[in-house]
Design a binder for this molecule. Structure first.
Ligand code: SF4
Length: 364
């Protein structure tokens, strides 16, 4: 299992792979049955660039102002070996942090090779697990298996060790006002933190230790009350962990999909790009609009071919196996004989059609 297999390199058209982050993995689990997204993400394809080349750019991303504000806040919290963060953990949360050692795992002797960074993360965390040495590990580079492939997780958290347990510390720039933050932003941060907890637990297990040494309680650090003063909030991410684990287990096996694709398929820019993208089956649902850079392209495609998914995931699930609206209408009208596996769905569609006619007839 490697994430640089030749077939996946070819799919990127020679471009360097994009790292995952917790946001992309949390989003990936939102549509585990989509082969198109599974393949593109496993290959590290820049979906945003592909969508732009296809003429369907996704208007996502934070504003430059929000990015700058977030960076300034993070630098402030991490300045002087995370002095402000330690004060918070001690004073605000009452944690007994006796002495703190800060290790930044982002660079290894000037090198940014992912393999070296990951190896260093493993080495330092192994030592911490054995000896308790080290307190704050910034930018740990983790790996997680996605659809049967190991991918690197771009780090933007700190692994904080206290009394033999690790906690994920996530620094976010959305404000906590009078002890309250925007619920959607907290939920998104909790989902992302859960991905890191899971990846850290897998690493701890690989190193021969109990995965429970990574706590399900994470610390969310945010600015407080329209100031740049940080505040820390413990968040229990057990529900999000359960969802992420379940969805990752359901992800379509990428190897099987890639094996069935044309041997020369590539997502490199060029006239053949739309055809290449369409060669990998999508599973569009309106929810994609909030979570995938390919959403505008896939929505257009789903509408053009009358896919039931374009009407919503619940409609597609209710019509399991009936992929197009035209087919659903034909089954409902009885003009199409259903295959054996669709007999029950067809009967329900015909019943719904009869009830609708009766209801409409009763109005006259
Ligand atoms: S937008 Fe397209 S590629 Fe992305 S998850 Fe939805 S169907 Fe799959």
């Amino acid at each position: 299992m490697t994430e640089t297999a030749p077939d996946l390199d070819r799919l990127r058209g020679g471009a360097p792979p994009r790292n995952h982050d917790a946001r992309t993995i949390a989003a990936l689990t939102a549509n585990p049955g989509c082969a198109r997204r599974g393949v593109m993400d496993a290959a590290g394809v820049d979906k945003d660039a592909v969508a732009r080349q296809l003429g369907f750019p996704a208007p996502y991303g934070q504003s430059q102002f929000a990015i700058t504000r977030g960076n300034v806040f993070e630098q402030q919290v991490k300045a002087d070996g995370c002095a402000e963060l330690l004060t918070l953990l001690r004073d605000r949360l009452g944690l007994t942090v006796p002495e703190a050692r800060y290790d930044d795992l982002e660079e290894v002797a000037g090198s940014e090779s992912r393999e070296m960074r990951h190896a260093r993360t493993r080495r330092l965390l192994a030592r911490a697990l054995e000896t308790g040495e080290g307190t704050l590990f910034d930018h740990p580079l983790l790996r997680l298996e996605i659809g049967g492939r190991a991918v690197y997780l771009e780090p933007d958290v700190i692994a904080f060790q206290l009394a033999g347990r690790f906690h994920v510390v996530e620094i976010k720039s959305f404000a906590v006002i009078d002890g309250q933050a925007e619920p959607e932003q907290v939920a998104a941060a909790a989902r992302q933190s859960a991905v890191y907890v899971l990846a850290l637990r897998r690493l701890v297990a690989e190193l021969g230790h109990d995965p429970a040494r990574v706590a399900h309680e994470v610390f969310l650090v945010c600015p407080e009350n329209f100031t740049n003063r940080p505040t820390a909030t413990p968040v229990d991410v057990r529900p999000q962990l359960a969802v992420v684990e379940r969805q990752l287990a359901r992800l379509t096996r990428v190897d099987e999909i890639v094996a069935a694709l044309p041997a020369d398929l590539t997502f490199a820019p060029g006239a053949a790009l739309p055809e290449s993208v369409r060669a990998v089956q999508a599973r569009y649902a309106p929810e994609c609009m909030a979570s995938c850079e390919m959403a505008f392209f896939c929505r257009d495609e789903a509408r053009a071919c009358g896919a039931t998914g374009a009407l919503g995931r619940s409609v597609r699930d209710d019509l399991g196996g009936v992929d197009s609206i035209a087919m659903a209408l034909a089954l409902a009208e009885g003009t199409l004989e259903p295959a054996a596996e669709l007999a029950e769905t067809a009967a329900q569609l015909r019943t719904a059609t009869r009830l609708r006619r009766e209801a409409l007839g009763g109005l006259h």
